[in-house]
Design a protein around this ligand. Sequence first.
Ligand code: HEM
Length: 521
Amino acid sequence: MEAVSIPTIVLSFLSIVVLTSAWRAVRWVWLKPKKLERLLSEQGLSGNSYRLLFGDLDESSRMIKQAKSKPMNFTHEIAPRVLPFVYQTVKNYGKNSFIWMGPTPRVNIMNPEQVKDVFSKIYGFRKPREHPLSKLLATGVADYEAEKWAKHRKIINPAFHLEKLKNMLPVFHQSCKDMIGKWENLVAEKGSIELDVWPHLQNLASDMISRTAFGSSYEEGSMIFELQREQAELFMKLIQSVYIPGGRFLPTRTNRRMKEIERQIQASLKAIINKRAKAIRAGEAKNVDLLGILLESNFKEIEEHRNNRNNRNVGMNIKEVVEECKLFYFAGQETTSVLLVWTLVVLSKYPNWQARAREEVLQVFGENKPDFEGLNHLKVVTMILYEVLRLYPPVAVLNRTVHEDTKLGNLYLPAGIGISLPTILVHLDSELWGDDAKEFKPERFAEGISKVTLGQVSFFPFGWGPRICIGQNFALMEAKLVLSMILRSFSLEISPSYAHAPHSVITLQPQYGAHLILRHL
Ligand code: HEM
């Protein structure tokens, strides 16, 4: 038999590798998307025809850029500016539609029954893993799945119990008093001032989460915010283009900066946590802040399973605690400042609601320090906050990935495709909210959420189901306290230089700030 030469073997091997890779690439960028497109359209779902590799991403980026190029009129129909492509898709193709995130379709789900199913079936519908660099932004309990998620949620839960939040009230009060003191000094000179309140509210929310998360160590942690903010902006830039596998390893300027930021954040947080863990072990720390309560809960979990033979995965290690702290910053800061800023903007525009809220605050607290019981009695303020969360949901859209082939109502969804729950569109859907859906009418919440939604999942600013926001009570208590203190000291009016321009930088932010006129009362 004729011997086969080594070069021939190498060449054959290389040919097989090249052909296999080429076949995989063709399948990834063309055959699979086209097969999915057929499957979705057979079920009555519509969207643009698949375009090679980029799908709708180019068009979507172009529309976002265009939408952001100028402010809009002051209306609450902000979806065309915030989520222009999803908005247009639903307008053109109806609620049963999908968009192409590169070669993967993402189905829009707007029916409350189906929304409920997606939120409830947390093992079937998981958090998307679209961009590996998202890990640099925040992981922790918000990112984990299955057993790991359940373990972390259980350990973290005690930090957000109502009686623990009660203890945090003085800290919220101090941060807010500092900000109001600054505003009073500014107003004192002229009786009124024009102020962009947005950076002030961002600093306030940073200060509040720093103090409640780290207590005495808060100053050491405050520079972490600046770094986290920069990280979020870099990340938003990245996700507007298609992700090429392995792209995160390229030494681009953005990749390098993101990794450097991550290194600095990790080092700062580790130092804070180690110091605190040492103090707790030495019996020197009072565990009233989030980090202290979290570490205590973690020690308890480890202790309870000390004699368990299978205890290697019990509790969190330091790296995991670092991730949870990063998440507190990330999840707790921008969301709350965004809720506050839109509330102040809207109240400046609706003086009658501003007056009603102020009247209530004065009635409940007078000149006293706002307390926990009083905050729970604020009915008008709560209705206003819910209405702002409906019209300006801080997280405008929630995404999921289908983990394994599944049914959703009468839809068959194969593993790997995306699901989009466009909060902002559902919250303004006139079929669910009535003809006045686009109007600011806090009175719709007069009898609570379930009355106005008829028990349907059509209002979900904090998500829904087992993975609902762990910090929602924390955020609402913060917001009520801040509003009470501001309304007691100042009257607010929209400044002529205010430009209405909500846009999404992960959270729903005012692109040109929030210029208001403040008058001392
Ligand atoms: C107005 C303020 C806030 C809003 C609108 C908000 C919104 C949300 C939403 C929509 C989710 C669900 C995400 C999803 O299902 O994909 C979520 C989850 C979460 N939020 Fe918030 N949030 C706020 C404040 C906070 C605060 C103050 C904290 C903590 C300090 C926090 C911590 C978390 C965590 C840890 C999760 C993940 C829960 C899990 O997956 O089990 N949030 N939030």
